[in-house]
Design a protein around this ligand. Structure first.
Ligand SMILES: [Zn+2]
Length: 408
């Protein structure tokens, strides 16, 4: 159901919102008499707001409510919650009586501070409020950087980060995306009274780059929708067995070579790894599923982690400033798990991560090999996947046709 927002506002910054039906609200929140009309007012709190100012903007004139807001406890609670740009909503009867007032406790959460009328009296509580799921489709053309482009289209940053994670093994968002490339994304948000308060997950997406389309959709092979993965339209996993980089955003400063002048030893030595430049404290992730084989200090490498993976692969992460708190020798790790932090320990001339990739003990260049695919769907799962996601792929087709019509 859509909340109808009327624009007849008592002041320019207060949106008078009127709803003909309040079905989606929790019954406890309703204190309407049958003859009354419920009016919704909303405003964003600003720097310097006091409770009195906020009440005025929300058209709360009810003396009982004003007194309740003035009590010490409520004043103290609200002082903590009225951060700039927090959305405040009040439901008021047409005779001016406050039904309820809500403030979100924090971003990306359904927990609210609620002042509501219960058996005739106003009380303040903290509780989750029911949110409505909404599926949103957006498309954006890349200019300058993806983040800037998607900002213009109002795609949440959280979704862009998810997008670069999902396509991590396929496209390097930092280097491969060019002006004119496009992204389309279908994702979910969770709304409170018509406005998003929580960003959900990407359900399907397309990146159109250098004349090629890369598509994916989310699917769970389990009954629960908590565990799932992203697959290509034909059911192949979007994941490779290894991530290209142990850092989310990074720059390669020294590549893999058989001879280079060692910056500290000042001798010609082979550099059998990749150096990623990043500030101290940057999160280091395990590039694949595996088990910690070594965690500790090694002379030149400083704080080092070695992870053993299946099929005789192993990875090494050196010069770390610290290890992930609970990690120890023998710990099992999943791809993308935080294992430590970039540092400058051992023979190192500045904060960076030294990363090595070995197959059967032999160093190989991780930037040059094609990683094996992670586990894909079996035949039955592929047909389930196709049924479950056909609507998303149809939507992506429509967007594509629309783009071709508009931009060519
Ligand atoms: Zn190195």
């Amino acid at each position: 159901m859509v909340v109808a927002f009327a624009t007849a506002s008592p002041s320019s910054d207060t949106l008078l919102t009127q709803q003909s039906s309040v079905m989606e609200l929790e019954p406890a929140l309703l204190a309407l008499t049958s003859t009354d009309t419920e009016l919704f007012y909303e405003t964003q709190s600003r720097r310097g707001d006091t409770v009195a100012i906020v009440l005025r903007r929300l058209m709360i004139t009810d003396a009982e409510a004003i007194n309740f807001f003035k009590t010490k406890k409520v004043t103290q609670d609200l002082a903590k919650l009225l951060k700039p740009d927090t959305r405040l909503v009040a439901s008021v009867t047409s005779s001016g009586k406050l039904n309820y007032f809500t403030v979100p406790l924090k971003k990306e959460s359904n927990q609210f501070y609620v002042i509501e009328r219960k058996t005739g009296r106003l009380i303040a509580t903290i509780k989750p409020l029911p949110l409505q799921r909404q599926v949103i489709t957006k498309t954006a053309e890349v200019h300058r950087s993806l983040l800037e482009s998607t900002d213009e289209e109002d795609i949440p940053e959280k979704i862009i980060l998810q997008l670069s994670e999902v396509f991590n093994s396929t496209i390097d968002f930092q280097h491969d995306l060019k002006n004119g490339d496009r992204v389309s994304v279908i994702y979910e948000t969770f709304n409170y009274l018509g406005r998003p308060v929580k960003t959900g997950r990407i359900l399907a997406a397309e990146v159109f780059s250098k004349g090629k389309s890369y598509r994916t959709a989310w699917f769970s092979t389990k009954k629960s929708d908590v565990v799932g993965n992203y697959f290509t339209p034909d059911g192949k996993s979007m994941k490779k067995e290894f991530l290209h980089s142990p850092l989310e955003f990074s720059r390669v400063t020294s590549g893999f070579t058989d001879s280079r002048l060692h910056p500290v030893l000042n001798q010609i030595r082979a550099h059998k790894g990749i150096d990623f430049s990043a500030p101290t404290g940057t999160k280091v992730r395990s590039t694949g599923d595996g088990q910690v084989e070594f965690l500790g200090r090694q002379s030149g490498y400083g704080n080092t982690i070695v992870i053993k993976h299946k099929n005789s692969y192993s990875t090494l992460y050196a010069h770390l400033s610290a290890f992930a708190p609970t990690l120890k020798q023998g710990s099992l790790v999943k791809q993308g798990d935080l294992i430590g932090f970039v540092g400058n320990t051992g023979l190192s001339t500045g904060p960076h991560l030294h990363y090595e990739f070995r197959l059967k003990g032999t160093h190989i260049n991780p930037l040059e090999i094609a990683f094996p695919d992670a586990k894909s769907l079996n035949k039955n799962q592929v047909s389930e996947f196709k049924t479950a996601t056909s609507n998303y792929f149809s939507s992506l087709n429509l967007l594509r046709q629309f783009q071709i019509a508009q931009y060519n």
